[in-house]
Design a protein around this ligand. Structure first.
Ligand SMILES: [Zn+2]
Length: 311
């Protein structure tokens, strides 16, 4: 039997533990995308931003790999922090060099929070940056006044001539999905336990709209959220009779198609992976703590080859 593979295309893994990585890998999650986001309190210096972006492009990517999960990221200035003008200017200045790093698959998450003038200015500048670098965009839609905010987001993207086929609009609900799909965008849904979009509602949306351009993610972060939301939603869809090829699209293939446009994410990254060797160092550090046994696994294909040679 072939293993079912999942991609979680919106996961703030720096907030999660190694247990989460182990559970995700065991459930079939082969790749995650970590969008740059609001860390829960305002950053006050561009230096903290630089270190944060270096972390999601660097050590976190390494850490995920030590658990057999491929890690990608999106870089951007989030809408809340766009309201701090001096910081925003400085971040826009350093952003292009991070956008060119290995494993960066989009500019994001960007968009509106309270829909202020400053948010609008830095949203537009980041759309231009994405166009310049030929990167897709990940949109964070506002939690308040969502329908109007989502419509305005799409209007502005179109004003700048951004191709909707290169834009993922996230945090959709029943109120926004129809217009987002009609206008040609990818519609993503963050599945939170207890609140907002639950997996029962998600199943109904897929039944109603089909699997084209719909993407499921966990958006797991420092709040109450579930890093297993993607495989759990897939399982519920299966039980509710959603066809397997639809499930594959919304929990795997669609995310690969749109973020693959960056040229930084390929199926071979996880189908033909580097070995796990937890003795590996990243800038002098391992993920191991005093006396722990490292997990060392060579890729299956090498072991198979060896067996052939012996027999
Ligand atoms: Zn997020």
């Amino acid at each position: 039997m072939t293993r079912t593979l999942y991609i979680d295309p919106h996961a703030h893994m720096i907030s999660r533990t190694t247990d989460d990585y182990e559970r995700m890998a065991a459930a079939g999650v082969v790749a995650v995308i970590e969008p740059a986001f609001w860390i829960g309190q305002p950053r006050t210096h561009v230096g903290t931003y630089i270190d944060y972006l270096a972390l999601i492009c660097g050590f976190e990517r390494f850490r995920a790999g030590q658990f057999g999960i491929r890690h990608y990221c999106c870089v951007g200035l989030n809408s809340k922090e766009a309201n701090h003008e001096a910081l925003a200017e400085a971040v826009l200045e350093i952003l292009p060099r991070f956008a060119l790093k290995e494993g960066v698959v989009a500019i994001g998450e960007i968009g509106y929070d309270e829909q202020t003038e400053l948010e609008d200015r830095y949203f537009r500048r980041q759309i231009e940056l994405a166009k310049e670098l030929s990167l897709p965009i990940l949109i964070h839609t506002p939690h308040r006044d969502k329908k109007r905010g989502t419509r305005r987001t799409m209007d502005v993207l179109e004003e700048h001539g951004m191709d909707p086929a290169r834009v993922v609009i996230d945090h959709n609900n029943e109120e926004t999905v129809e217009e987002v799909l009609e206008r040609g965008y990818w519609a993503a849904f963050s599945i939170y336990p207890h609140t907002k979009m639950g997996n029962e509602r998600m199943t109904e949306i897929v039944r109603r709209y089909g699997p084209e351009r719909i993407i499921v993610d966990s958006a797991c972060d420092w709040g109450i959220s579930d890093p297993l939301a993607v495989p759990k939603t897939a399982e519920l869809m299966r039980r509710r009779g959603i066809p397997e090829d639809w499930i594959r699209k919304v929990t795997y293939a669609n995310a690969l198609t749109v973020y693959g446009l960056s040229g930084e994410m390929r199926e071979a990254d996880w189908l033909d992976p580097p070995p796990i060797d937890q003795r590996t160092l990243y800038m002098g550090n391992t993920i191991l703590r005093g006396g722990q046994e490292p997990r060392i696994e060579r890729p299956k294909r090498l072991e198979d080859q060896e067996r052939l040679e012996i027999s």
